[in-house]
Design a protein around this ligand. Structure first.
Ligand SMILES: Nc1ncnc2c1ncn2[C@@H]1O[C@H](COP(=O)(O)OP(=O)(O)OP(=O)(O)O)[C@@H](O)[C@H]1O
Ligand SMILES: [Mg+2]
Length: 253
């Protein structure tokens, strides 16, 4: 489904990614972990076309994504959330979710100006889907709240709802539980499992070891832009290289 081969990224001489190769199969949940500055977000930025890789190739469903713009990659079925929330803070929950349908909306400007039948049909369908997604993420009672007034954990959920509106096949989550309390983290873990049950495969960047050890089928570890390990959560927990580079004393079994 997703194949990266020897992907590197240089920023003015800094090697943020160094020959990363990985393969993700349909239906899996993958976690990407590693110390701060290891290149995790950079990898997401390249996958979503925010900037090009310096070298290497990425294929999504056998299609080379090099040179594609973010909206073209979104259309292929890759959606993401950001490490720092990027909601429309002054807009409601509903409006934020609706904004996620943008890449799948097939009416023209003229359709919208003249409010053609087609425009109304699509608007109705989007509205229904948005209500469904708010329910799916447990935000149905907040649908008319202004995004910035939601508790932090719900803002994170809203970001996921908006990404889901893009009807992704692959969902990239950049630290979905960062800053959450244990209850919120637990809820987010359940939601991620539910997303996978709906046939969407998930690649998440995560620092919380409770999440890393429970949710993913496989874990990939980056350190200084290199992939230093890949395996099941158990294999990763016992990997000497990973313990030295990242886990150290932070994870006590
Ligand atoms: N647009 C950019 N321009 C220059 N340097 C960048 C850019 N984006 C990232 N970097 C650098 O690339 C390296 C990898 O950063 P990245 O944000 O990918 O790390 P990360 O693994 O996501 O870290 P964290 O866990 O702190 O989020 C860092 O040294 C960072 O300063
Ligand atoms: Mg990051």
């Amino acid at each position: 489904m997703l194949l990266a081969e020897n992907v590197s990224k240089n920023f003015n001489g800094l090697k943020a990614l160094d020959k990363i190769s990985l393969k993700i199969e349909k239906g899996e949940i993958f976690a990407l972990i590693g110390p701060n500055g290891a290149g995790k977000t950079t990898f997401f930025n390249i996958l979503t076309g925010i900037y090009p890789q310096t070298e290497g190739t990425i294929k999504f469903e056998n299609r080379n994504t090099s040179g594609l713009k973010p909206h073209q990659i979104a259309k292929l079925g890759i959606a993401r959330t950001f490490q720092n929330l990027r909601l429309f803070h002054q807009m409601t929950v509903l409006e934020n979710i609706l904004s996620g349908f943008f890449f799948h909306t097939k009416y023209t400007v003229l359709d919208s100006i003249f409010r053609t039948k087609r425009f109304k049909e699509i608007e109705d369908k989007n509205l229904k889907s948005a209500y469904y997604l708010s329910e799916f993420m447990g935000l149905e009672n907040k649908i008319n709240e202004i995004a910035k007034n939601l508790p932090y954990g719900e803002q994170k959920k809203l970001e996921v709802a908006r990404a889901l509106a893009n009807k992704p096949k692959l969902l990239l989550l950049d630290e979905p539980t960062a800053g959450m309390n244990p209850n919120e983290t637990q809820e987010m873990m359940e939601l991620i499992k539910k997303i996978r049950e709906n046939g969407i495969f998930v690649l998440l960047i995560e620092h919380d070891m409770r999440v890393v050890m429970n949710i993913p089928d496989r874990v990939i570890v980056f350190d200084y832009g290199e992939k230093i390990a890949e395996g099941t959560p158990d294999e990763i927990r016992n990997n000497e290289k990973v313990i030295a580079a990242y886990l150290g004393k932070t994870y006590d079994t």
